[in-house]
Design a protein around this ligand. Structure first.
Ligand code: NHR
Ligand code: GAR
Length: 208
C-alpha cells in the first residue's frame, strides 16, 4: 500500500476525483492525509466526510517561506508519503522541500506546458488568441511548472470563451487525467529518462 498525501488550497475538486478513483478502482494506495495551507479550503470538508485525516498549515502564520516550508515538510513527512499530490495547491515550494521528496511530488497545471507557466493561465491563453488549451500533469521540480510531463489533455478555445468557460472545460479534463496519472505512479508503470516520462506499457499519455 502506498501512502498518498494530497495538498490543496481551495475547492479540492481534483483531490475529490483522486479520492473517488482510488476507492472505486481499488488502487494499491491509501490517502494518508489531505493538507491545506488555507484553513477555509472547501476541500477539507469533503476529505473529512470520507474519514480522511486532514491538517492545516496556514502560510499566514509564518514569518517567511522558509519557516512555512519547514513546518509543511514536517507535517507532510509525518505521514510517510510515497507520493505527494498537489491539487490546486497555490504555494510555491522551496527547493529544500522539493529535494527532500524528490521524484515523489506531482502537480496538475491548467495549461499545455511549457506554455503559460505560473498563474492566470486561462486568461493568458485567451488573450494570446490560442485555439488550443489544456492541462498538464507533471512531476514537480524546484523550477516552477517545469518538471517532467506525465500526461496532457487538450481542449479547444472557442469564440466567446471567458476565463470561466475555458477553465470549466479544462477542469473536466483534469478530473480525467489526474487520477489516471496518479494511478500510473502508484502502479510503478512510468519511466523517467532525461526528463522525459514514458508509460512502460505503451498507454497513450495524450488525451483529447
Ligand atoms: N513548487 C515547485 N517548486 N515547483 C512547482 O512546479 C510547483 C510548486 C508549487 C506549486 C503549482 C503551480 C501551478 O500549477 C505548483 C507547482 C502557485 C503559484 C504561485 O505563484 C505558481 C504556480 C503554482 C502554484 N503562488 C503564489 C506564491 O507566492 C501565491 C498565489 C496565491 O496564494 O494565490 O507562492 O500553477
Ligand atoms: C485547477 O484548475 C488546477 O489546475 C489549478 O487550480 C484549480 C484547482 O481546482 N491549479 C493551479 O492554478 C495551480 N496554480 P480544485 O481545487 O477544484 O482542484
Amino acid at each position: 500500500m502506498k501512502n498518498i498525501v494530497i495538498l490543496i488550497s481551495g475547492r479540492g475538486s481534483n483531490m475529490e476525483a483522486i479520492v473517488r478513483a482510488c476507492a472505486a478502482e481499488g488502487w494499491n494506495a491509501g490517502i494518508a492525509a489531505v493538507i491545506s495551507n488555507r484553513p477555509d479550503a472547501a476541500g477539507l470538508n469533503f476529505a473529512k466526510s470520507r474519514g480522511i485525516t486532514t491538517a492545516v498549515v496556514d502560510h499566514k502564520a509564518f514569518a517567511d517561506r522558509t519557516d512555512f516550508d519547514a513546518e509543511l515538510g514536517r507535517v507532510v513527512g509525518s505521514f510517510a508519503p510515497d507520493l505527494i499530490v498537489l491539487a490546486g495547491f497555490m504555494r510555491i515550494l522551496s527547493s529544500d522541500f522539493v529535494k527532500r521528496f524528490e521524484g515523489r511530488i506531482v502537480n496538475v497545471h491548467p495549461s499545455l506546458l511549457p506554455s503559460f507557466t505560473g498563474l492566470h493561465t486561462h486568461r493568458r491563453a485567451i488573450e494570446a488568441g490560442c485555439k488550443l488549451a489544456g492541462v498538464t500533469v507533471h512531476f514537480v521540480t524546484a523550477e516552477l511548472d517545469h518538471g517532467p510531463i506525465i500526461a496532457q489533455a487538450t481542449v479547444p478555445v472557442l469564440p466567446g470563451d471567458t476565463e470561466a468557460t475555458l477553465s470549466a472545460r479544462v477542469l473536466a479534463r483534469e478530473h480525467v487525467i489526474y487520477p489516471r496519472a496518479v494511478h500510473w505512479i502508484v502502479d510503478g508503470v512510468l519511466r523517467v529518462e532525461n526528463g522525459v516520462v514514458t508509460h512502460t506499457g505503451g498507454e497513450p499519455q495524450l488525451f483529447s
